[in-house]
Design a protein around this ligand. Sequence first.
Ligand code: ZN
Length: 241
Amino acid sequence: MRTLIVSDIHSNVVALDAVLADARADGPIERVWCLGDVVGYGPEPMACIERLWDLDATVISGNHDAVAVGRIDLAEFNGPAAEAARWNGAQLSAEARRYLSALPETVVEAPFTLVHGTPRDPLWEYLTGGAQAEQAWGAIPTPHVIVGHSHFQFTCSRSGGLEQAGPGGRVVRTDGDRLAANPGSVGQPRDGDPRAAYAVFDDEAATLALRRAPYDVAATQAAMIDAGLPLPLIERLALGR
Ligand code: ZN
């Protein structure tokens, strides 16, 4: 069974659709896990939520989802992020608001624990190295942890340390060393590669593949201009920063 793992979609439905097509080009996707930050920054929050509903995805909350529905104070964000969060929040239907408000912060899907930040601070802490991976492994009931939040695509293991996926992607085994992994960001990558990032877990092959899908960045930027979203958020998509 192949599971699509996405994170930090950030209201970028053009990128999400490109990821779905890219993942399905190699075979059917039977499950979808989303590690939070469905909304925020981008121009199409409702379309992204509706895609996840259509996919019957397992979704956990990110900090942007919590801010958009008022679970977290907007004061936690800087200028452009706050402005985009306010705009994103205003686009949500009542049903979408209820949905985002009720998202869990952690979900166990063996052999993984899914969390946006880290197990000890699910919404805010960035997992950026081996020390935090060790802390996470000590706090979870499964061998591996999958996180989002940093918008960097990597794997981290005890033997190999933290390794960025790089332009060619990266495949690791899930039946050996303990892993902490980040599929990267679908809608706003920050590792210098503007392509949408995602991962596929194949439980029969026991592999986790970190992959990239090109998408029409200009289309998302045009939608952001139409929505009146802040210019720095529009420009950064072309840079992958
Ligand atoms: Zn994010």
